[in-house]
Write a protein that binds this ligand. Structure first.
Ligand SMILES: O=C(O)CCc1cccc(O)c1O
Ligand SMILES: [Fe+2]
Length: 315
């Protein structure tokens, strides 16, 4: 069975920042190429690798990976709130398959997902419940981070399951990255109230959510103006990673260490773990080709912004 893939950066600032028209147009062009690719493929099932930003997963119980049997969008940054269309039996079969391959993956019968999982579904499918989707959480913000090798192995195991399905056309999504360092609090440097949020900040009041989001929106403005105290984007790092992913040999990514990734490309660069998992899953179905690739560093969105589409080579 062949598989198809879309990996794309996300940014809540798509709706809250105003870069030059030419930048917006370029991003919309990349989204529209991805949509065209997805429509032509016409998937019956989506497996979406996405991070979370302390909206669904907290330090009271932080797994490296989690497969959702059901999922609910929390509605951060104006994204769609409510249930995703998750085929629970398919998700459970996938979790069983992965467990039998010596990988320890958490499961959730009610996974809460944020813009990381929701935004690609809105962009590619005009909604969060229009296509069956199994959401796979990949930790991209909370230390400790597993090795990139482990992420690759997880992707390969999931792809192995998907590649033997006869009755589905499966689209893989990887959401996030590339280099970026938005103001997501970290435990080591957080004050007491930020630590309370990181520990268990589920279901904040509207005022608390607004305050958190406004901080990100203000930081994006300052970053574009050159005055934000966050790490710069790293287009060279982004392009090198995209080249590795496109090459079909993902083993060079095994050498990427968590600390070096953060130093080179910002704390949220760990979101690229979703891209690696998605490409590793794609590769499990055989050789693949990248059919569209977009990249642009966009400070207004606080993101080295990339979009890639790829599919199994026919034959
Ligand atoms: O609100 C947050 O916690 C972070 C928001 C955020 C900003 C820029 C790029 C991202 O990928 C992202 O997730
Ligand atoms: Fe993110």
């Amino acid at each position: 069975m062949s598989l198809a893939l879309v990996t794309m950066s996300h940014s809540p600032l798509l709706e809250y920042a105003d870069p030059p028209a030419q930048v917006k147009d370029a991003v919309q062009g990349a989204f529209s190429a991805a949509r065209t690719f997805v429509r032509a493929y016409d998937p019956t099932l989506v497996v979406s690798f996405a991070p979370d930003h302390y909206n669904g997963f907290f330090y009271d119980l932080m797994p490296p990976f989690c497969i959702g049997y059901e999922a609910v969008g929390v509605g951060d940054y104006g994204t769609t709130a409510g249930p995703l269309n998750v085929p629970a039996e398919r998700a459970a079969e996938l979790a069983q398959w992965v467990a039998e391959r010596d990988l320890d993956v958490a499961v959730s019968r009610r996974m809460e997902v944020d813009h990381g999982a929701v935004q690609p579904l809105e962009i590619l499918f005009d909604g969060i419940d229009t296509v069956p989707v199994v959401p796979v959480f990949v930790n991209g913000v909370a230390k400790p981070f597993v090795t990139m090798r482990r992420v690759r192995k997880l992707g390969e195991a999931i792809g192995g399951y998907l590649a033997q399905l006869r009755d589905e056309r499966v689209l893989l999504i990887g959401s996030g990255g590339l280099s970026h360092d938005p103001p997501v609090p970290q435990w080591a440097t957080a004050d007491e109230s930020a630590r309370a949020m990181l520990l268990n900040g589920r279901h904040p009041t509207a005022a608390a959510r607004d305050a958190r989001q406004q901080r990100v929106i203000d930081t994006a403005k300052a970053f574009a103006a050159g005055t934000a105290p966050i790490q710069d984007l790293n287009p060279d790092w982004d392009r090198a990673l995209m080249a590795t992913l496109a090459s079909g040999d993902l083993t060079p990514a095994d050498a990427m260490t968590p600390d070096q990734m953060a130093e080179d490309a910002g704390n949220s660069a760990h979101e690229v773990r979703t891209w690696l998992a998605a490409f590793a899953a794609l590769g499990a179905a055989g050789p693949y080709e990248v059919t569209h690739s977009f990249y642009r560093p966009i400070k207004e969105y606080i993101a080295g912004f990339g979009v890639m589409t790829a599919r199994t080579v026919a034959g």
